[in-house]
Design a protein around this ligand. Structure first.
Ligand SMILES: [Zn+2]
Length: 299
């Protein structure tokens, strides 16, 4: 009996530890291991946009090596490394994390193995301390307000605007193209992501207003399906901000009439101006529920 009990404890222990492992997402098999398409778009002058499913990053090829941004996940990072090898035999010297969320920054170990240094806002280090992952190397270089990565004839400017989506977001500026690479806080012609996880509406709008003041002509967004352009005009930043302002204002109209139930708000609030945007039918009700929390909880 005692032996059986001991055995059960061991089994429970193994089960528990494998459950704990499973909580470290994304794993080697992101999104359940399904096959997702990938592609590489050559923008010119050594700038490339890599897409895996609806995720994107940029990489810069120089005479002295390669600067990579968000490795995404172990599968995507492997594909990215293979694509880089088709272009250059120079090593990846830097990997830049846009922010702390694991769906964007997993999979960098293969670049660590080729000697890359990892760069991120200082709050990424703190977040990864609280939520470590075996597939996310810690940053070697961190910054507080801004930092410029220099390699060969290339510079990549990193700028922090305070909290908006998490509290470690780096907006990246390419001075040569006068373009920004923006992750999660600007997704052209799509309503906000589901229930807006880790998005803080007021801070998000404030950050977008500050980003609008930067010098840039183009935006590369980290999300978009294969049929969406890799580069967008600068106006998509203002369009994103105006969508959020419209969303908050539309919920407030109903709120002020006394509609305070999240379920009722989901049914009554409509934003027909955006009905052509991606995920309008599926995600607008979730966006509305998030704004219900904004009024209900002041969050
Ligand atoms: Zn994110």
């Amino acid at each position: 009996m005692k032996n059986l009990l001991l055995k059960s404890i061991v089994v429970v222990g193994i089960l528990f530890s494998s459950m704990t492992m499973a909580a470290n997402r994304p794993t080697q098999e992101p999104m359940g291991g399904q096959e997702f398409g990938h592609s590489v778009k050559n923008i010119g002058n050594g700038l490339y946009v890599f897409r895996w499913w609806v995720y994107r990053n940029i990489f810069l090829v120089t005479d002295e090596g390669v600067i990579v941004t968000d490795p995404l996940n172990p599968k995507a990072a492997e594909l990215l490394q293979t694509e880089i090898r088709k272009i250059t035999d120079k090593p990846v010297k830097y990997v830049v994390y846009s922010h702390n969320h694991h769906d964007h920054i997993s999979g960098g170990n293969i670049f660590k193995d080729e000697g890359a240094k990892f760069i991120a806002h200082q709050n990424v280090l703190k977040e990864l301390g609280d939520h470590p992952s075996p597939v996310i190397p810690l940053p070697d270089i961190t910054f507080e307000d801004s930092y410029t990565v220099k390699l060969g004839d290339r510079e990549l400017e990193l700028k922090y605007f305070g909290p908006n989506h998490g509290d470690s977001m780096a907006v990246m500026r390419l001075p040569k193209e006068n373009a920004l690479f923006i992750v999660d806080i600007v997704t052209p012609r799509r309503v906000a992501f589901r229930t807006m996880p880790d998005f803080w509406p007021d801070e998000w709008i404030r950050s977008l207003k500050e980003i609008e003041q930067l010098d840039f002509d183009y935006v590369i967004s980290a999300h978009g399906p294969a049929n969406e352009p890799a580069m967008e005009p600068a106006s998509v930043v203002a369009e994103q901000r105006i969508y959020l302002e419209d969303l908050i204002a539309a919920v407030k109209v109903e709120w002020d009439k006394g509609v305070h139930s999240p379920d009722k708000l989901r049914q009554t609030v409509k934003l027909p101006k955006y009905k052509e945007w991606r995920a309008y039918d599926a995600w607008l009700p979730m966006n509305i529920e998030r704004i219900w929390a904004y009024y209900h909880m002041a969050w």
